[in-house]
Design a protein around this ligand. Structure first.
Ligand code: F6P
Ligand code: MG
Length: 472
């Protein structure tokens, strides 16, 4: 069921895969060790401490194996036997490869799946999320953008309620739609797995309204007008239930903008229900778990607690956070009431599925998980957020960059019955649907890869693609 187009592999020195396994993953694993170390220091139960130390050893051993190009070893059964069997079967089919010569997508999923067993097989750490601290910290540090959006959102919803011109001027309506989706798109530029080389200041710069305007020219393919037509048509036809699914990516700021988008779609009537699809185990550092959703809601319900309590780092540096203006607190509480209201009414729901943390690309989805496919079909749109979802949709393969998006989706393309909309900032090698000559042009820009033969321009979230494939 996989594409015949060659997959991105860690042995290709020109690829970001090669860079990832050699440079980025050791940094991520070190961060994970550091986090558990801190948690062990805080633990009071001796049994929990002992288990924590064991976890640190296991992550350390994994890091050693990655850095020294050892073989990937079978994953022990942690209770989800079918999942583990599938991972181990694929490992066997690949001929038990080494870290520096293995398909990128499989090995990266394997790494997070294996880490999760270290925790699942303990008594005290089963639900521990090694990345939770980082996720909340970056949300706090996006304060300027969070507040700017909260105030804008409140104004917008109040206008919609008062039935002002936003709803009656078709051009203005389209513009607003594009803007809301672009906010949601660029929210993906700041995931934590790339943070290894990005500072908090960089992140803040990426998030404001001005930055967004300037970044519009960096959207290489933009199918938003077609996505708008789909939702508008369903609304005009008077269809009673109009669902939009969001296959989530990162927690923190990105989840916040996903909720802004969801709230907007519900408030303006372009959707009657939004289904959010999180992961079930800590994944690619910053991906959303159900607990992140709860944490975000409680953070905005009590924004002073979030913003006026010093973080560990701030305490170390003797810094006191700036007090939060009253109006900002009210804006955030307004958001909380809106979203909690939608949630209580069943219009905004969270639906986990363990399939999202399997190792395969979505080329396998219709065959491996027909039930999930059936769940996705009725939606007017299924929005896939972020880079990893895009890699999974396209099989993480070296397509000719002018290949049509729907072709690169294989079985998830037009025959799937699913309207796939991908909002992705580029952070990997794979890219499709570009006009002829665009890849060459971008490679020739400064830092774009040039003569190195690498597609460097596509690695750091500066460029984006918004691609739609219609399945009904
Ligand atoms: O490219 C770096 C990387 O960590 C990839 O491994 C992964 O596809 C991606 O970033 C994760 O980004 P996102 O959170 O957008 O899926
Ligand atoms: Mg992610």
């Amino acid at each position: 069921y996989d594409t015949k187009t060659p997959q991105s592999v860690t042995s290709d020195p020109k690829s970001f895969a090669s860079d990832s396994v050699r440079k980025r993953w050791p940094v991520i694993l070190t961060g994970a060790i550091d986090d558990v170390y801190r948690a062990v220091l805080r633990a009071t139960d001796p049994e929990a401490q002992a288990e924590g130390k064991r976890i640190i050893e296991q992550i350390g051993a994994l890091k050693y194996e990655v850095e020294h190009d050892r073989k990937l070893t079978p994953i022990p059964d942690d209770g989800f036997s079918d999942e583990i069997k599938a991972y181990n079967k694929e490992l066997e089919d690949l001929g038990t490869p080494n870290w520096f010569d293995v398909p990128w997508l499989f090995s990266e999923c394997y790494m997070y799946r294996r880490i999760s067993t270290f925790f699942a097989l303990t008594k005290h750490w089963k639900n521990y999320d090694i990345f939770a601290r980082q996720k909340l910290d970056t949300f706090r540090s996006s304060r300027p953008a969070v507040l700017e959006l909260a105030s804008k959102y409140k104004e917008l919803v109040e206008q919609l309620r008062a039935d002002k011109d936003v709803t009656h001027n078709p051009e203005a309506e389209k513009l607003l739609f594009a803007e809301m989706f672009e906010i949601c798109l660029w929210g993906n530029a700041t995931d934590l797995s790339l943070l290894a080389n990005l500072t908090y200041e960089d992140i803040q710069k990426l998030q404001g309204a001005e930055a967004r305007k300037a970044a519009e020219k960096n959207i290489l393919v933009n199918d938003l007008p077609r996505a708008y037509d789909i939702l508008k048509k369903a609304q005009a036809e008077g269809k009673k239930e109009r669902v939009v699914d969001i296959v989530l990516d990162n927690a923190g700021f990105e989840l916040y903008v996903d909720l802004i988008l969801a709230g907007y779609l519900l408030s303006c009537g372009l959707a009657t229900q939004v289904v959010l699809r999180p992961k079930s185990i800590p994944w690619f550092v910053s991906d959303v778990l159900p607990s992140d959703f709860a944490a975000l809601l409680s953070a905005i319900a009590n924004p002073r607690g979030l913003y006026e309590t010093a973080s560990d780092d701030e305490k170390l540096q003797d810094k006191t956070p700036e007090p939060l203006p009253k109006s900002a607190e009210q804006d955030l509480q307004f958001l909380f009431q809106e979203w909690a209201g939608f949630h209580a009414e069943g219009q905004l729901i969270l639906r986990p599925n363990r399939y999202w943390t399997a190792a395969g690309s979505f080329w396998r989805l219709p065959h491996e998980n027909p039930d999930l496919l059936e769940e996705l079909k009725p939606a007017e749109l299924v929005i896939f957020k972020g880079d990893l979802n895009y890699r999974k949709l396209t099989g993480d393969a070296w397509w000719d960059p002018t290949t049509p998006f729907s072709e690169a989706l294989g079985p998830m393309g037009p025959s799937s019955g699913v309207n796939v909309l991908s909002l992705r900032t580029c952070k990997a090698d794979v890219v499709v649907d570009l006009p002829a000559g665009k890849d060459e042009e971008l490679r020739a820009t400064e830092g774009g890869g040039g003569d190195s033969g690498s597609r460097r321009w596509a690695w750091h979230g500066k460029w984006a693609v918004v691609c739609l494939s219609e399945g009904h």
